[in-house]
Ligand binder design. Sequence first.
Ligand SMILES: Nc1ncnc2c1ncn2[C@@H]1O[C@H](COP(=O)(O)OP(=O)(O)O)[C@@H](O)[C@H]1O
Ligand SMILES: [Mg+2]
Length: 231
Amino acid sequence: MVCELGQCDGSGWIEVDPTTARPCGCREIKARRAASRRLGTGIPKRFRGVGFDRKPIADMDQQLLRPIRGFVRNIGRNLDEGHGLWLYGDVGTGKTSIAMLVSKAVLEAGRSVAIYSMPRLLADIKETYEESSQRSYMQLFERLCGVDLLHIDDLGAEKRTEWVLEQLYAIVNERWQEQRSMVVTTNLIDPEELRAQIGARTVSRLTEMCVQIPLMGRDKRSAASDLEVAA
Ligand SMILES: Nc1ncnc2c1ncn2[C@@H]1O[C@H](COP(=O)(O)OP(=O)(O)O)[C@@H](O)[C@H]1O
Ligand SMILES: [Mg+2]
């Protein structure tokens, strides 16, 4: 290993005298980078170029995109007021692309975002239970609840267990209480199925926090629900 600051021998320690050493500044840089990697933050490579003028979003129904444009235009205010988006519909209708576009706008506005798929989120929570874990459950929970936007992709695609329902509710409820914004995508369209899969309490909180945007495929032009967010 090489020291990024060129100050130590790569071990993260600088020898003061033969019996003592002090920590090198590169230790903190490494720790910070590892923490942000673990948080699943940042836009995945495939979606980095996402934009209204690029495929697949450029090919989408412009009427359908209006509320999204409005949401992005007022991203700061929407975050401050805890408004979010709930994108639902069939596979391949652009949900993930739109959610990534919103997250990108959040980052460009200088605000923080954590992007997770449900399986990754659950794996990160489980990891905090390991004895070797670098952070506690509370540290992760506080980060998940502290970012300006929590973006969860493919909600409901995970295996449903009581533990999963509890984890999800704890996070969504905390963000709801603190009026912090969330963007979620899901293939679950039927409200009954949705409640069965992710829990009625969580659905109820998300419904309050998020404007629902149906994306049902090209041929079925679907109108977005009336917006209560700043547009
Ligand atoms: N950069 C891209 N250029 C062109 N098409 C893309 C790009 N990224 C995704 N797509 C396509 O756009 C469609 C919507 O993708 P996605 O946003 O992942 O939808 P969903 O999350 O609703 O399943 C898919 O058919 C996908 O293959
Ligand atoms: Mg998707």
